[in-house]
Design a protein around this ligand. Structure first.
Ligand code: AMP
Length: 286
């Protein structure tokens, strides 16, 4: 018989008690923040944390402050029972799944605003999104006090925003990046893929395929504007809306680039029916 070792904390106080005991014993604490509806992308983060740390804490919190008024907060998938079973099978020590008031107490009025790397792309298309992300990450880091926190490269800009705030606030943890986990056909795993109809699901891998082909053309020396135009036309012909952005940028600063160079990365966000998909890909050196 398997013995369950996953502890569930719903309040800050329960979380703090557990973590404080581990801290007193000098244990290394790894943390994976999520919004739940867990998939193998999340599992990859947890496995890295499990391999590198003495204790692994996962949070499931659908963070209201990072959703815009017309976004999918209410219908965001919530699958806590299945999530708990997965986390238990991965050997997670503690699941923190608080109600909103534990993260945003009555009277809440503090926000963390990151500049520069939070401004283009998602920052432009989703006003307030990164302030919500930065605010919840800062609060979760303060509550969990991890030594390491794990983030997916799928949300590359988010990774940069979190790294920036950790550096700027001098928080005592390191941010670890985990490569994007994809389906066999290239589609990046995402909780929002559950929104796709079967017909949309069949078209969705084109997002990644266009990035791969664009990266190849850039590597071969083609300038970005015609490469971009071809990709946009192909996506639109196949049923995607015109992308919110399809950009070539420096992967550290997010400065726009006109052609491939070391550290160049492609970034895309595009709507397929009602579902907004994002992805990014490094451009290999020629
Ligand atoms: P979310 O639950 O969507 O907020 O994601 C929680 C964490 O999982 C974030 O750090 C994401 O970047 C990461 N993540 C989501 N999808 C993937 C994926 N396909 N591969 C790797 N990491 C992912």
């Amino acid at each position: 018989m398997e013995v369950s070792t996953l502890v569930l904390a719903r309040t800050r106080a329960e979380l703090r008690d557990r973590v404080a005991a581990w801290r007193r014993q000098g244990q290394l604490i790894g943390f994976v923040p999520t919004m739940g509806a867990l998939h193998q992308g999340h599992a990859a983060l947890v496995r890295r944390a499990r391999a590198e740390c003495d204790r692994v804490v996962v949070s499931i919190f659908v963070n209201p402050t990072q959703f815009g008024p017309n976004e999918d907060f209410d219908r965001y998938p919530r699958t806590e029972d299945a999530d708990r079973a997965l986390l238990e099978s991965l050997g997670v020590d503690l699941l923190f799944a608080p109600p909103v008031r534990e993260i945003y107490p009555p009277g809440d009025s503090t926000r963390v605003v990151v500049g520069s790397v939070a401004e283009p792309m998602e920052g432009e298309r989703r006003p307030g999104f990164f302030t919500g992300v930065a605010t919840v990450c800062t609060r979760l880091f303060a509550l969990v006090s991890p030594d390491r926190a794990y983030f997916g490269e799928k949300d590359w800009q988010q990774l940069l925003v979190v790294r920036r705030l950790v550096e700027d606030l001098g928080l005592p943890l390191t941010i670890e990046a985990v490569a994007t986990v994809r389906e066999a056909d290239g589609l990046a795993l995402s909780s929002r893929n559950a929104y796709l109809s079967p017909a949309e699901r069949a078209v969705a891998p084109l997002l990644h395929r266009c990035l791969v082909e664009a990266a190849e053309a850039l590597r071969a020396g083609e300038p970005f504007p015609p490469v971009r135009e071809r990709a946009v036309q192909r996506l639109v012909r196949s049923g995607f809306a015109a992308p919110d952005y399809l950009d070539l940028r420096d992967e550290g600063t997010l400065v726009p680039l006109a052609a491939a160079r070391p550290g160049a990365r492609l970034f895309i966000a595009a709507r397929l029916g009602a579902t907004r998909l994002i992805d990014n890909l490094a451009v290999p050196l020629g």
